[in-house]
Design a protein around this ligand. Structure first.
Ligand code: ADP
Length: 475
């Protein structure tokens, strides 16, 4: 079985969120399950700077296809189009946070090239059975595979976040040379705009998303982002497969980024990690105070405003809170102001810092994720491995991967709440606090959370089943 992964991010070369983690880890897990995966990525400037060698192996539509290898050994086809991808700034935005004005052209060409590589028109000898695209940046691939390419691979489209759709003005249809008939309600049109994601969801042979609960939620109006009708029609082709985590990288017994290592049998190191965080951030150094942390994009989706709404009460109850993240400027300012107001109890580090993310997981007692929606989420899984009990909204992948603690703490691995409001969150925090104040009960919960596994192997096996099914009966 040969699969071409098509995505705009892949850790460690380019990552803005969970997508980059998945595209790095899943191909390696699939390879261990006997599936041959190659990853197709834009050849961003950041990728060019990090790869050792990127030999040109073909040209497609004026782009140069370069062969490289990820640190995991998985081969990569990088699409080198310097006028589109060789620039400073992020993969989607410039340094000031503005979307690149030519994103439609950038990912329009990328999707088309990826489709050609998965058809008889590819100049490469390696030909995939399955084209597997991720999120809107890959969305035009299935459209091209269904419209005119010779002997196309079967296609699978994975939704990592339905809220990002890649919407562009309709004149792009002609600019990209899309067959005019594809710009239709039964196609890539979305209320007068060209939607890359809708194209993918309409034309792909099968669809997945990153948790079973999110697969159901996106068929309803609240989380369907206007695509719920299409997703309901395609419900028979839509599967939810929860992401795994890299248990080598996220393992408190071996993590080189944390100060003191520990495991479920001996959590003494966790106390040292907590003290070191309290010292570094100027919080009062007190092992008895519950330390809550957040590592997240600071956005409405992540419910940061909901968390802000309970901050004063949390401090009043003796709690501490450290926030690591960046995002919407007003949320960044609000979090900073809270830290100024409560210097011994709240701290903020605005920015992206992988090492600090590990240290926060290792030193905290509780991890906060009050997301309004969460397709899968990774930090709640890292947290359980690190014995840092998640306090999270019962949505999407959070609901699928956290077992809610029952009244007396005899079962469960975290604290879930339903209502997306400070009052709803406070209910879960109050429950967490009451267990925290009973150290033997808290230790038992922590040990239970740490014993859970979220490896990629199980998820990879489910993807492999879908590939098998598609290769036997392509659409
Ligand atoms: P999303 O992809 O919606 O942002 P996920 O929970 O799926 O959320 O994945 C986010 C990933 O990015 C996690 O690995 C998380 O630890 C990491 N991350 C997010 N913000 C930061 C930050 N400021 N510093 C370090 N890591 C971060």
């Amino acid at each position: 079985m040969r699969v071409l992964f098509v995505a705009s991010e892949c850790d460690p070369w380019v990552k803005t969120g969970g997508l980059g983690d998945v595209v790095a880890a899943l191909p390696a897990a699939l390879a261990r399950a006997g599936v041959e995966v190659r990853v197709c990525l834009p050849f961003y400037r950041s990728v060019r700077r990090q790869v050792d060698a990127a030999r040109s192996c073909a040209t497609v539509l004026g782009t140069v296809i370069r062969e490289a290898r990820l640190p995991s050994g998985v081969p990569v086809y990088a699409v080198d189009a310097p006028w589109l991808f060789d620039r400073d700034g992020g993969p989607y935005q410039d340094r000031s946070g503005q979307d690149w004005a030519d994103n439609g052209a950038r990912f329009g060409l990328f999707g088309r090239v990826s489709a050609i590589l998965a058809s008889a028109e590819s100049p490469l000898t390696w030909r995939p059975d399955i084209w597997h695209g991720h999120d809107w940046q890959a969305g035009l691939g299935p459209l091209w595979l269904k419209n005119g390419l010779a002997r196309p691979a079967a296609s699978l489209m994975t939704i990592h976040n339905l809220a990002f759709q890649g919407l562009f003005p309709p004149n792009l249809v002609a600019t990209l040379g899309l067959p005019p008939a594809t710009y239709a309600v039964e196609g890539a049109e979305f209320y007068g705009q060209l939607s890359f994601l809708k194209a993918g969801l309409h034309y792909a042979c099968a669809l997945t998303t990153v948790s079973p609960r999110y697969a159901c939620e996106i068929q309803e109006e609240t989380h369907g982002c206007g695509l719920q009708g299409l997703l309901r029609r395609r419900a028979g082709d839509l599967t939810g497969i929860v992401n795994g985590i890299d248990e080598q990288v996220w393992d408190p017994a071996r993590d080189p980024l944390i100060e003191a290592r520990y495991d479920a049998r001996d959590c003494a190191g966790k106390r040292l990690n907590k003290e070191s965080l309290q010292r570094r951030f100027g919080l009062s150094i007190d092992p008895a105070r519950p330390l809550l942390v957040t590592v997240s994009r600071l956005t409405w989706q992540k419910g940061i405003d909901i968390a802000v709404g309970v901050a004063d009460a949390w401090v009043e109850a003796g709690g501490q809170w450290i926030v690591l993240g960046s995002g919407e400027p007003d949320l960044e300012a609000t979090v900073r102001a809270l830290a100024d107001r409560h210097p011994q109890a709240i701290a903020a580090h605005i920015g992206f810092d992988e090492t600090l993310a590990h240290r926060l997981e290792a030193g905290a007692d509780l991890f906060l994720m009050p997301s309004r929606f969460e397709p899968c989420g990774l930090n709640q899984m890292y947290s359980q491995r690190y014995g840092t009990l998640p306090v999270a909204r019962a949505t999407g992948g959070l609901a699928d991967t956290i077992e809610d603690v029952d009244g007396d703490g005899a079962t469960g691995t975290g604290f879930l709440f339903d209502e997306a409001s400070p009052a709803g969150l406070w209910g879960a925090l109050a429950r967490a606090l009451s267990v925290y104040r009973d150290p033997p009960r808290f230790a038992a919960l922590r040990a239970r959370a740490m014993s859970r596994h979220f490896s990629w192997e199980q998820s990879a096996a489910r993807y492999a089943d879908i590939y098998e099914r598609l290769s036997r009966a392509p659409c």
